[in-house]
Ligand binder design. Sequence first.
Ligand code: GLA
Length: 687
Amino acid sequence: MEKSIKNWILETRNSAYCFGINDDGYLINTYWGKRKNKKTDYPLPIHTEGWASFDSPANLLPEEFPVYGGAFHFEPCLKISFADGVRDLNLKFDSESSSTEEIKIILRDIYYPLQIILYYRPHTDYDLIERWVEVINQGKESITIERIFSAQWHFPENQQYYLSHLSGKWNDEFHLTREALTTGVKVLESRRITSSHHHNPWFMIDIGNATETEGDIWFGAFAWSGNWKLAAEVTNFDRTRISMGINDWDFAWRLNGGENFVTPSAFAGYTENGFGQASRALHSFIREQVIPHRNNSHKILYNSWEATLFDVDEKSQARLAEIAASIGVELFVLDDGWFYNRNGDHAGLGDWWPDPRKFPRGLQPLIKKVNQLGMDFGLWIEPEMVNPDSDLYRGHPNWILHFLTRERTLARNQCILNMALPEVQDYLIEKIDRLLKENNIAFIKWDMNRNVSEPGWLNPPGDPKEIWVRYVQGLYRVWGELRHRHSDVIWQSCSGGGGRADLGILHLADQIWVSDNTQALARLQIQHGFSMAYPAITMESWVTDADRGKLPLSYRFHVSMCGSLGIGGNLLEWGEEERNEAAYWISRYKNLRGIIQLGDQYRLGLQAMQYMSRDHQHGVLFVFNVGQPGQATTVKIRLQGLHPEATYEIEGFSEIKSGLDFMSEDIDFSLSPFESTLREIHQKFII
Ligand code: GLA
């Protein structure tokens, strides 16, 4: 990191992000793009007079952290109401305090005792910049924060930009959309108390000419598992910027004298090598710096949900476990239905101890059996939820989110616990900690099966609208404490599928259950979208019975092998032939998972996915005929990610060619509709 008094240059391996203070005192972005040869090549802060009497200089400048105040009319990052009713901020640069790891820019209001600290941390190897903000009320009187975003990111001016984003709904997540940005504001957000199935806190920006392998891409993600907002704005002066942060919709935070508020982190990066490289930068960062177990590949799991639904007991699970072990499964997961009085979705949530009718001897005998079969044991929980028909609710009806004068809207017959309450947090920590202490549990699937309604609570410590943030802080505390106490456990984040996939939850969970939709063709699209932001190691993917009898088992395996493989079908019904074939694919996956989960991923269109080891010596290619109308039986694929000067051999082809040749010519795969193939790629020698 390099700085002059008023100019900061953050260089990563291939990119640079620069900002500085101009002659009028504005802290403005000066550059974000490809790294230049010399520090003196980066532009210095610009000055402007504004545009007649209607647009102040602030309206024309790319301010690093624009605030609501003065004559500024575009999207601000911060809006505050002071105790005397003033809603106008006037921040000036005060000082900086930087270390080798981060830059800290300290701003102060010119009148009120208010300090704002902007944090910048470059993640050099990943071409990423992390930003977050702290607000400190140094006065005696309370103030109210009405909006606080973590960052505003500016793109080079006078360009037409295209925004890529992910959206969907339950059972249909991670649709990739790319659209032109025009003057005005495009908002993506969640108002559901989770990051949501509906939009994902992630973006990519290009100038219209980018492909998977080429073109400038600016990209980013927000590390928060609650309400969030992304505002992509094109101003009337052809400046494009994206702000990201906690959603200001129905939000307010009372900051008393002497208190501070710290935002979650926003991350953003730049590459000149297309969408694929932008995804790989995020993948590597998440795998190496975010998820708890970092570069450890995941075990192949079996989940009994689709086989037994709520009808679980020691005997039925032991029977499934035997078959699972016989085909090579390494982790047996008991899903919903195991806890007190849980015979359907009408009762039980909240009472996190084994149902004595189903497990009269507790979970230990089943776990022992699973362990004897050579597998780890995993368990499903849904801690944030409670059924009115539960001991927990009967004892504490006010522990849920609700307004006293309103009906409590049920969804799947359940209410949401108020995770902001310390007593709720302590209850959950105590119950789940006990489960983990008393049982040899290696894996937890943490579910969350509804969205918010009536977000009220009885005696909030500050503004009632703090609930959106305090809920997530409570969730992070509970999960974080349990993770701390049981650091070997692998956690999976599920919210009716992919309803809570974000960089915040990935600090706690190693995996995401990406969708309840396990149909292979739908999954190809969902997994493709998911891969834009998140690495294969975090993508739990099961082979189920959804397409049984419709699509070949090999096809269904190939789709699931593109992520962290699991099996979710009813193994009791699988015949010998199916079990043998499953055992074959499972054993192949075991040999390849190092490449799939820990290597680099290359999207070759919806029909093919390629993975290469980090040294580019070994790879795996999956090719699918997706059976579209008029689909030819030849699927053309162009490989990526090979060493151009090395030679490679592709399983099933006799010809050995250079990486360059393979990456410049199509390979034809003859596949009939709904046929797929897996091919290993091996480097022979460097020319
Ligand atoms: C959610 C999950 C499923 C399963 C059920 C259990 O829908 O996404 O995988 O765990 O809950 O109730």
